[in-house]
Design a protein around this ligand. Sequence first.
Ligand code: NAP
Length: 330
Amino acid sequence: MSYEANPTRYEQMTYRRCGKSGIKLPAISLGLWHNFGGVDVFENYRAILRTAFDNGITHFDLANNYGPPPGSAEENFGLILKKDFTQYRDELIISSKAGYLMWPGPYGEWGSKKYLVASLDQSLKRMGLDYVDIFYHHRPDPDTPLEETMSALDLIVRQGKALYVGISNYQAEDAAKAIAILKQLGTPCLIHQPKYSMFERWVEGGLLDVLGENGVGCIPFSPLAQGLLTDKYLKGIPVDSRAAKTHGHLQENQVSESVIAKIHQLNDLALERSQTLAQMALSWLLKDYRVTSVLIGASRVSQLEDSLRCLHNLDFTHNELQKIESILNG
Ligand SMILES: NC(=O)c1ccc[n+]([C@@H]2O[C@H](COP(=O)([O-])OP(=O)(O)OC[C@H]3O[C@@H](n4cnc5c(N)ncnc54)[C@H](OP(=O)(O)O)[C@@H]3O)[C@@H](O)[C@H]2O)c1
């Protein structure tokens, strides 16, 4: 059946300015790391993408290696773009990245100009796009000079293959250096994509300050700690969960007794707030104005719908925030 987007989609979502740029992102963005690969079910992920857009999610996040197999998420996304979203291209912010291993030999990973330019060309072909809206360097490279990696990002923008650039997984000090180099080159860094959730808080130790001071947006990935910060693991590990899948990046041993104990307490607090735990975990990140958008994953439409409802309650009392701290530090 041909797809017509929900005409009221922009009334459902809040949009937040990305640092000091011209771009606004939806408070919730959707990532295609898991659940959109060659191993997944076409009609399921197609329904997730349609539901996302129908609810005002305009930003979809990919990378060269998403799958499995690597590259298949971009191929599948390209297919759905063609079938369902061709007329909506100008309403979408599509991102991709390069940094992790993509092909054999010395030019298939890390941060050389050779790798980044070739990888983006491959991504554009897989998705059937002329350009991506945001292109990221996916992880810092300890061996390539930062100037080379950043000048590759600048080149890509000048070639018209990306409109904006970002960095991901850079610690505060390296992020500050990268941001300064990009500024000097005339291609400002739009956004940083770090891992950030109630369970993973390293960004609070300096990175958020660097981004705030420099007017760079922040889009935390794995805001639900890959599903741990939901009610799904309260009664063990469901067979269809990421922790149970052989290709999932959440390991069974990460669902430990001490983690489960914290999830129970957080879940109780979420219920007191009339939210699900997933909703509370997302609201908790969005309370910081420096967080532009939270980058969630979903394996089914119902999860996406659950997470979207976090927007109905973004406020926390001082008491609630203290309770969360004492649970997390307990
Ligand atoms: N830059 C980087 O290095 C990097 C690294 C990782 C991810 N990312 C980006 O971040 C995106 C999100 O990462 P993520 O998938 O780990 O995010 P996440 O939102 O922390 O976890 C998503 C998973 O949690 C479960 N889930 C989601 N909503 C739920 C709900 N309402 N109730 C119960 N369970 C729920 C599902 O797992 P089940 O499959 O168990 O149902 C879902 O696949 C990725 O797609 C990617 O775009 C970037």
